[in-house]
Structure formats: structure tokens, C-alpha cells
Design a protein around this ligand. Structure first.
Ligand code: SF4
Length: 613
């Protein structure tokens, strides 16, 4: 346990001490001397962000349900707390027992955002844990990682002992079983790594050798130990309706990003948007039944006291029994003023009746994601929504009293023209015109239309993975074009920093040679890169220069269809032929239908059975 006097002194000097005290409702503190395995669930960002991550709540409760396992939480300390920890010589600690993380058996990072990688390095450093996997000693914790960014684990391969690719619920318990046997045997760290590398979905980077061609592309990647398999097949929870889901959540003392119950209604998506990595890696769709969800809601409301349930998934309006679920939830909890909210709504499956039910308890702003400003470009990215879908949805919303509309777009999409960019403005203006075309007495509230544009990043395992990203100059020109052409006080335009998106693209599409750039960037002072007040692009460019690595090679370069990609060793079930076919259809502005309307042979039903398809 850390020195509590020093801890108390530090707490008195930081902005939000509640980030570090723990002891919240439903937090689980075990006697660490009485458990066999100590697992530190590490979120590489501040408490308020981490506590809103559903995966944390699932794995935290799942592991703590095991009598001989103590799972404790650790978050990246904000700048002020880090200064106090260094001044007081306090190592990084978990919230439950205030135990230094270096005394844990596992430190498990969730990889939600590439720009959190320097925080991983910083947390290991503050925890007095070796940063490089190869330097860890027999008694050091195993540093492991999972989550969406693990679908290209290579940029942090030198830092992580092993990765878990895919759904975590089942595989994490298999790893814990292996570890129980390991602790009973007098075996070595290396042998344990060989043992876990036999588990499907587990990837131990040190067991693979990468050869590069003269042009710096990858020549081949091969296992160098017999236990390691050439292809890592993602893990998938087949029957989500029966899989583990917590009946309680740790309830923070301070406001967090999502202060409500995340009720996951299904995993996967059938829409096939060509820019969307989640829509590819989480296939196939696996739904939970209405009964299961109602029982879960009962328990979670009872055990947390939250008054809002968010029906989470990649496309909640596509849930096959959405109306029935929402109707039953509203009728059950309306009296207690427990509201139901849907994350971003799909324009083409936007259900008026569902919205009517939801607004009975609470009316929040509406968010839609047309993604592109013209139909031509929406077809290329296979978004499958039309301008008519948008105008119908907002007309209804305005007639029902909504006046705050947010529209999400991406800039830098393949084949994009100036007309496509200005199409974003035009859609915003159309929404405004619909509001003011209504009779004055029918208009409610003060209209606010927000257009938010992010910089497109061609992610691994999407049909666009072979396309290079726009340069920062190209992005900035498009941003200025919109800024200079949106001149209406009812229409606001927000946009992402192209520099940050450039780095995110490098880390999303990069290979193992980037680990040294990451460590150099951290040494120069980079951390909390996802925060504008701490992000320092020049330091990053210095790190690339000092390590002799060209970021453009990863972010901006178009790749040949037969190039070996850093993530090719991972099998997500969708075959490469399907991605290439979708890539070609995009260039021909050809749509691919939602596969609920008929299978498009992406391949997942061949390599993974038991899902809906
Ligand atoms: S196998 Fe067919 S139905 Fe299943 S996710 Fe792929 S395209 Fe859709």
C-alpha cells in the first residue's frame, strides 16, 4: 500500500481528488493477501473518461466475481496529480487498496484511442514498471492489452507482453485459468507466455519476426516459437444473450462523461459502411433478447440509482425489437422519471414512435450522422442514407418540439470534391430552412444546428485500408472552405485538428518500428495527446525526426492491394477478397445492401459459426 500521509498531502493540492480516492458505491475492495491473482484494470486516460467505458465495468465485475481474483482500477493521473506523486515519491497505485501497480500480476490496458499510447508509457513509468516488454523480470507484472485498437497492435508491440484480440469476456477467464496453473508450477515467465499464446485470440508479439523489403513495406511475418500460431483469430462471444453482463456498476462521486446506465443491446452491425472499422471487426450481429435486457435494467437501476438508460450498440435503431423494448422500459420506469436515450440515430431507421416514447421522460438534443455532404459520396462510403431521410427526420423532430440538431460528417473521404465539401454546408442550411419553413406558432425553442466534421482516417480492416489519408494541408484547405462559406448564426461549424488526425492515422496504420517513436515522444514530454491543452505536435515531429521515421509513409501512402499490411496476421472473419471487392465497388459508386436484407458473403459465417448469419 502507498504511504497514506503522502497521499493525503498530495490530494490536498490537486484539482479533483475524487479521481484518486475510490470507495465509490459498488466498488469492490478485497484483501489482497487472500487472493491468488491481482489484476489492475488500467485505463490510459483520466477517471471521468475511463469510468464511462463499458468494457471496464464488464471486466471489473467479471474478474471480481472470481473469489481468488482481485481486480482493481487505475487511471492516468492528471498533470497536477502526477506532479504531486513525483514530489511525494508516490508510485502509481490502484483506487481500491491504493496498491502500487508493480505489485500486481497483470496490468491490463484497454486500447480505445491511439492517442492514449503515450499515457500507457507514462503510467508504466509512474508505476515503476519496465516500459519495454523485453526488459521485464520474472516477478514483474504481465502488461497486457485489448480493445478496438488492438486490431493493429504493432505500434505498441515492444511495450505490451501480450494482446487479446476480440471480445474479452470468455478469453480473460481462460488466461486467468492458465495463470492459476502457472502460479502452482515453478515455471518461467517465458513458459507462461508460450502457454497463453496457445489460447485463441492471444497474440504475444515477441514470438514473431518481421522482415521488411527494401521499400520499407513488410515482406513477411512469421512465428519464431512453435506454440505461436501464424494467424491470430479474433475472439467472439457467440451467444451474447447468455454472456456475462454486470448487474451493478461503480457509481462515481464526480460527474463523468457518461453518467448513466450503458445497456448494451447488441454487438456488431450489418450496414457495411466502408469507412467504419467497428462495423467490420465486431461482426456478426449478436442481439440480446428483450427479456434479458429488461431484467438487466431492473438490476442496474436498483443497484446504481441512475435515472437514465442508454441503449448502446453500433446502430441502436437497428435492434430488431427496439419499439417493444423502449415501450416496456418507458412504461415500467416513467413514474420514477428514469429516461431512455439512444446514442446517435440512423437517419434511415429513425423511428418516430420510439422517439415519441423517449421524449415522454426527457428531451435531449438529436444527433444524426450523414457523414458526407452529397449523395454521390454517401454512396461511395456506402452510408446508405439519403437527403430525404434527413429532411424527413428533422421535419418530424421540429414538429415534435426539438430545436437542437447535430450532424456528423467526415472530410478527406476518397474521391471527395469541393462540391462534396460545400454539400455539408448545404445540408446544414436545408435543416435551418425546414425549421423556418414551419408556421411560427409551430416552432418551439431556439434553433441550433451544429455541423461537426472529423478528418477521415482510413482504418485497418475496412475497404479503405489501402487508401492514404489526406495531408494536413488538404484537410485545412477543406476546413477553411467550409469556415469561409458557413455564414449563418444558426449554423455552427466544428472541426477536428488535422495534426491530431495525422498522428492518429500513423498509429492506426503503423508497424512495430513506431514503438521507438512513441517512447521518444514520451521522453520529450508527450502525454494526454487527446487533450488540446496538452497536445504538442512539434514534440511529436521532433520524435519522428530523431528516430528517423517518416510519418507520411504510414498515414499518407496509398498501399498496393497485395502489400503485406501490419495487421494481416489477424483473422477477423471477414475475408480480404470481400474488402477488396467493397473497395472496388466504392470507386464505382456502387452500394452494398444491409446484409439483413441478404448475405453479402463477407466470410464471417464461414469462419465463425453461431452468429445470426
Ligand atoms: S456473413 Fe453475410 S450476413 Fe453475415 S455479416 Fe457477413 S455479409 Fe452479413
Amino acid at each position: 500500500m502507498i504511504d497514506i500521509d503522502k497521499f493525503d498531502r498530495a490530494l490536498k493540492r490537486v484539482e479533483k481528488p475524487a479521481r484518486y480516492i475510490g470507495m465509490e458505491k459498488n466498488s469492490i475492495k478485497k484483501d489482497l493477501d487472500k487472493v491468488k491473482i491481482k489484476f489492475a484494470f488500467a485505463f490510459p486516460d483520466i477517471y471521468e473518461v475511463g469510468m464511462s467505458h463499458l468494457g471496464l465495468h464488464i471486466l471489473y465485475n467479471l474478474l471480481n466475481n472470481e473469489e481468488d481474483i482481485a481486480c482493481e482500477r487505475v487511471f492516468a493521473p492528471w498533470i497536477d496529480m502526477e506532479e504531486q506523486m513525483i514530489e511525494e515519491e508516490l508510485p502509481l497505485f490502484t483506487l481500491e487498496n491504493k496498491e502500487p501497480i508493480k505489485y500486481f500480476d497483470f496490468i491490463g490496458f484497454t486500447l480505445q484511442y491511439e492517442m492514449s499510447y503515450t499515457n500507457i508509457i507514462n503510467m508504466l513509468y509512474l508505476g515503476d514498471v519496465q516500459i519495454l516488454s523485453k526488459n521485464r523480470k520474472e516477478t514483474d507484472p504481465f502488461v497486457i492489452a485489448g480493445g478496438p485498437c488492438a486490431y493493429n497492435p504493432e505500434p505498441i508491440a515492444d511495450i505490451i507482453d501480450f494482446f487479446v484480440i476480440g471480445d474479452g469476456e470468455e478469453v480473460i477467464l481462460e488466461i486467468m485459468n492458465k495463470y492459476r496453473k502457472f502460479t502452482e508450477s515453478n515455471s518461467s515467465r517465458l513458459n507462461f507466455l508460450k502457454e497463453v499464446s496457445k489460447i485463441e485470440g492471444v497474440y504475444v508479439p515477441q514470438f514473431y519476426r518481421i522482415d521488411y523489403k527494401e521499400d520499407d513495406t513488410i515482406d513477411k511475418m512469421n512465428p519464431i516459437v512453435e506454440e505461436a500460431s501464424k494467424v491470430i483469430k479474433k475472439r467472439m462471444v457467440i451467444n451474447l444473450d447468455k454472456s456475462y453482463y454486470p448487474d451493478r456498476l461503480v457509481v462515481p462521486y464526480i460527474e463523468t462523461v457518461h453518467d448513466r446506465i450503458p445497456l448494451e443491446i447488441f454487438r456488431g452491425c450489418t450496414r457495411g459502411c466502408r469507412f467504419c472499422q467497428a462495423g467490420m471487426i465486431y461482426r456478426p450481429v449478436r442481439e440480446k433478447s428483450v427479456n434479458t435486457l429488461l431484467n438487466m435494467a431492473d438490476e442496474l437501476i436498483k443497484n446504481t440509482g441512475y435515472d437514465d438508460i442508454s441503449l448502446t450498440s453500433l446502430s441502436s435503431c437497428d435492434y430488431s425489437e427496439l419499439q417493444s423494448l423502449v415501450l416496456q422500459l418507458i412504461s415500467k420506469y416513467e413514474k420514477e422519471q428514469v429516461g431512455v436515450s439512444l446514442p446517435s440515430l440512423r437517419l434511415d431507421s429513425f423511428s418516430l414512435d420510439v422517439l415519441k416514447e423517449i421524449e415522454k421522460v426527457r428531451k435531449t438534443g438529436l444527433t444524426f450522422a450523414p457523414e458526407a455532404g452529397t449523395q454521390r459520396l454517401r454512396d461511395i462510403i456506402n452510408k446508405g442514407v439519403t437527403e430525404e431521410d434527413l429532411t424527413t427526420a428533422v421535419s418530424y423532430a421540429f414538429s415534435e418540439g426539438w430545436s437542437t440538431i447535430k450532424l456528423y460528417f467526415m472530410i478527406g473521404l476518397p474521391t471527395e470534391t469541393e462540391e462534396d465539401i460545400l454539400g455539408i454546408r448545404d445540408l446544414g442550411y436545408k435543416v435551418k430552412d425546414i425549421f423556418f419553413s414551419m408556421p411560427k406558432e409551430k416552432r418551439k425553442g431556439n434553433l441550433k444546428v451544429t455541423l461537426s466534421a472529423s478528418c477521415f482516417i482510413p482504418k485497418p480492416f475496412t475497404p479503405f485500408q489501402w487508401i492514404g489519408q489526406n495531408s494536413m494541408n488538404e484537410f485545412n484547405e477543406k476546413i477553411y472552405l467550409l469556415k469561409n462559406n458557413i455564414r449563418d448564426k444558426k449554423v455552427t461549424f466544428n472541426y477536428h485538428d488535422s495534426k491530431l488526425s495525422y498522428l492518429e492515422a500513423i498509429l492506426a496504420r503503423g508497424d512495430r518500428r513506431l514503438s521507438k517513436v512513441l517512447i521518444k515522444a514520451w521522453e520529450i514530454g508527450c502525454k494526454f495527446d487527446g487533450w488540446s491543452e496538452t497536445f504538442d505536435f512539434d514534440k511529436w515531429m521532433r520524435a519522428f525526426k530523431e528516430e528517423g521515421i517518416d510519418g507520411d509513409f504510414y498515414a499518407l501512402r496509398n498501399r498496393e492491394l497485395d502489400e503485406v499490411l501490419p495487421w494481416d496476421f489477424i483473422d477477423i472473419g471477414i475475408n480480404k477478397e470481400y474488402l477488396i471487392e467493397e473497395f472496388k465497388k466504392a470507386t464505382e459508386e456502387e452500394l452494398t445492401r444491409d446484409c439483413r436484407l441478404g448475405c453479402n458473403n463477407c466470410g464471417i459465417n464461414k469462419s465463425f459459426t453461431g452468429g445470426v448469419c
